[in-house]
Design a protein around this ligand. Structure first.
Ligand code: SAM
Length: 295
C-alpha cells in the first residue's frame, strides 16, 4: 500500500497532484506528523466497535487513521473541492463516508441515526478542528443532545487552556463553565505548529472531552438562566461581581437589596471578581436569584 497520507512527502505529493492550496478561510492546516495522528487515535481510544464522526477531513490524513481503527467513519467536509481528492485517497477503505456538509448546519442527532449502519454503537467525534469556529463547534456538539462516547479534538493551545482553567485565573470564563457543566475535560497532549502544512501561527493541543462521571452536586435548574447569568457576569470581567449583577438586575433599590441578601446567604463576597466563582457557586447563585424573582 502507498505511504500514509499524513506524512510530509505524501501530503506534498497529493497537494501538487490535485493542485490544492490550503484555504485560510476554511482554517485548513493539514496534519503531516504521523506520531500526532496515531496519538489522536490512541487518546480517543478508537476501537472497531466505534462509530466516528470526523469534522473537516481535509485531504484525509486523520480520516485514514480513523478508518483503520474504527468500525465506521462519517466525515463532514465543507470544502467541495476536496471531495474528489478524498474519494481517491480514501478508496482503499470501505468504512468511510465523506459528506459535503457544514458541521454547523448539520443536525448531528439525525446524522447519527441515518449515517451509521448501527447507530446504537458508541459515537465519538474526532477532529483537527478548523480553529476559526472551535467554540461554535463545541457548543453545537453539546447542544446536539447526542451522548458522545468521547470528543477528541485538536484546537489552538490557548483555547485548550481556557477549557481546563481553574477559577481565579485569567483563562477561566464562560467557555470554561459551559464545557465543565456537561463534560469532563483533559488535555491529552500538546502539538507543535511544525506538525502542519501550512504551519499555523499558534501551537495546538489535543483535548479529550467525556461525559461527566460525577453529577453536579446541586438541584435541577434552568440552563438558559444559568448561562444568561454567567455571560452577564463575564461581560465586564475586570469589574466586581456586584457591579456586574447591578447591570443584570437593574438599579431598583429593593431588587438590589434582594441581591445583597442572596449573596450574604450564599457567603459570596459582593466585591469579588466573577472569575473567582466556581461552577457550583454560579448554579447556586442562579437558583437563589431565581427564587428571589431576580432572574
Ligand atoms: N483533518 C485534516 C487534517 O488533520 O489534516 C484537516 C484539518 S483542517 C485544520 C480543518 C478542516 O475543516 C478543513 O478541511 C476545512 O475545509 C474543514 N472545515 C472548515 N469549516 C468547516 C465546517 N464548517 N464544516 C465542515 N468542515 C469544515
Amino acid at each position: 500500500m502507498s505511504k500514509q497520507i499524513g506524512s510530509p512527502s505524501r501530503t506534498r505529493t497529493i497537494m501538487n497532484q490535485y493542485g490544492i492550496h490550503a484555504k485560510k478561510g476554511f482554517g485548513q492546516n493539514f496534519l503531516t506528523n504521523p506520531d500526532v495522528l496515531s496519538g489522536i487515535v490512541r487518546a480517543a481510544k478508537i476501537t472497531k466497535d466505534d462509530n466516528v464522526i470526523e469534522i473537516g477531513p481535509g485531504i484525509g490524513a486523520l480520516t485514514e487513521k480513523l478508518a483503520q481503527a474504527a468500525g465506521q467513519v462519517v466525515a463532514l467536509e465543507i470544502d467541495e473541492s476536496l471531495l474528489p481528492v478524498l474519494d481517491d485517497v480514501l478508496s482503499p477503505y470501505d468504512n468511510v463516508t465523506v459528506l459535503n456538509r457544514d458541521v454547523l448546519k448539520t443536525n448531528l442527532a439525525e446524522l447519527v441515526q441515518t449515517a451509521f449502519e448501527d447507530p446504537t454503537k458508541p459515537v465519538k467525534v474526532v477532529a483537527n478542528l478548523p480553529y476559526y469556529i472551535t467554540s461554535p463547534i463545541l457548543f453545537s456538539l453539546l447542544a446536539s443532545q447526542v451522548e458522545w462516547a468521547a470528543v477528541c479534538v485538536m484546537m489552538q493551545k490557548e483555547v485548550a487552556d481556557r477549557l481546563v482553567a481553574k477559577p481565579g485565573t485569567k483563562d477561566y470564563g464562560a467557555l470554561t463553565l459551559a464545557i465543565d457543566y456537561r463534560m469532563d475535560v483533559k488535555v491529552a497532549f500538546a502539538v507543535s505548529r511544525k506538525s502542519f502544512v501550512p504551519a499555523p501561527n499558534v501551537d495546538s493541543a489535543i483535548v479529550l472531552l467525556t461525559q461527566k462521571k460525577a453529577p453536579l452536586p446541586v438541584a435541577p435548574f434552568n440552563d438558559d438562566r444559568l448561562f444568561g447569568l454567567v455571560r452577564g457576569c463575564f461581560a465586564h470581567r475586570r469589574k466586581s461581581l456586584w457591579n456586574n449583577l447591578k447591570t443584570i438586575v437593574g438599579k431598583d433599590k429593593e431588587r438590589l437589596e434582594r441581591v445583597r441578601l442572596v449573596l450574604d446567604q450564599l457567603g459570596i463576597d459582593a466585591q469579588t471578581r466573577p472569575e473567582r466563582l466556581s461552577l457550583v457557586e454560579f448554579i447556586n447563585l442562579t437558583n437563589a436569584m431565581h427564587d428571589q424573582g431576580l432572574l
